[in-house]
Design a protein around this ligand. Sequence first.
Ligand code: SAT
Ligand code: MN
Length: 595
Amino acid sequence: MTPDSAANANVASHTLVQWVADSARLTQPDNIVWCDGSSSERERLLQEAVKSGVLIPLNPRKRPGCYLHRSNPNDVARTEHVTFICTPSAEDAGVTNHWMAPDEAYSRLGTMLEGSMRGRTMYVIPYVLGPVGSPYAKVGVQITDSIYVALSMGIMTRMGECGLSMLGDSDDFNRGLHCTLDLNPERRFICHFPQDNTIWSVGSGYGGNALLSKKCFALRIASWLGRDEGWFAEHMLIVGLRNPEGHTRYIAAAFPSACGKTNLAMLLPPPALGRWKVFTVGDDIAWLRVGPDGRLWAINPENGYFGVAPGTSAKSNPNAMRMLAHDSIFTNVAMTPDGDVWWEGMDVEPPPELFDWQGDQWRPDSAAKAAHPNSRFTTPIANNPVLSPHVEDPCGVPISAIVFGGRRATTAPLVLEAKDWLHGVFIGATMGSETTAAAAGRVGVVRRDPMAMLPFAGYNIGDYWRHWLAMQPRITEPPRIFMVNWFRKDVHGAFLWPGFGENLRVLKWILARIDGRVEGRETLLGTVPEPAELDLSGLEIAGEQLRLALAIDRDEWKTEMASVGKFFDRIGRSVPEQLRELHRALSNALETDRS
Ligand code: SAT
Ligand code: MN
């Protein structure tokens, strides 16, 4: 096929046809396949992927429609050190992003891309982020030479014809050019050109590096668009909570990668709390707009979940286990001899022998992990047994609370409410979290991760905070803002709070605060619950343990504020003065106030 097959595919956008032709001239693929998103196409691609060894079919009786992919062992996580924002000035990218001049990036990657698809097939993948036809949805087109990426995009996005018809003859689409090259980490670059609505990614097939709809477009580029157009693109789950009286409220919650967003978004309510029901709208990304009613409304731009497998079990996330029973792609998990999947923390005894994530024999006494710590599942949202009926609503769902959460063994209490919008922005802007296996590099080191967007804000983080503050007057019915930490530990290293489904108890307190039904206890840093205000029915937790989970330790917070001060200094003059002032006030109060 040639780019002319665009004519067959009914492509009305000249700009799209031209861009695909230019990309083909550069990369010289043997074939070009325009993906239409049909189920027959998916079948054909799956068969091809199996034939070429990219996918291993799993046991159709145990996991119907499921496949295993083993990535190159050097390509298992996002690589932030080679992820660049390519704006004309370095100042626009800010110190928390890596920056490369656009000309240099186009030229360096262009050289690598020359002839890079020779002998390979180029897939052209039109897709929609957000409900098709929603005024808030956006169109992207990804070009890739990876059939695994093409199949994954078919799960993660609304893909195919719907993208072309929504685009029509417009030139307004995100251009994502992706090529795996030879998967050499030395030639791995993920470059974003916000001014051109363009992403070039080479040298990796891994999720966040290669599924360009996800972090690259729906967060980095979209956050840039959101600043210009007056909305937010955030690293947040969206969850609906229906109380026993039948009233549903929605919460948007930002946590860094691999900190339990997927689990929280589909948690199973503890029966002792009564007839609560949880509905997932999204598990990773929220696009938030101000509605005519002055509230914030959220849509999930995605159509699938790319979740962390290890730790997912019938106990931690029974709904996820149900949705993974069929039609999913697993990456870098272990495989049992009878063609099922296994990972650490699945709470299922491993068989005496299995194949580890690299395909080698593994026994329960093996020292190495069987599944890679960042092994993943890719599953359509339609598989989710608790999917919200409002997931396709064009304007999304109204948000009652924004929650910022990190993974902190110390310092951060189980839950705390911000005093107001400015303080909430401060809490989000200064949150810290321990690093996880979702990104290459050391695990377990506390780093500042503002709004869980450190690796995903597509422009200067200080300007991003300004945007949060500048939006305030437009949000006349603002959501209340909270901070949570499920991961605090005692001196022996044991978690103080049981987490998972029990987290609903904390969310219940958050809703009670919004309804004015609980007072909480005011502290210098915000309002925390009185222990008696948390519904602990059916939960055994020692009073002292709960006290420690809720405690605010002045010395720990002085250290925290010193670290925040250093972070602000590093970011420099783009830090909004209001945040600086609040930091000074809180630091002083911690030094002087004795209450
Ligand atoms: O690999 S992804 O970036 O898509 C997942 C994550 O790290 O949040
Ligand atoms: Mn994420």
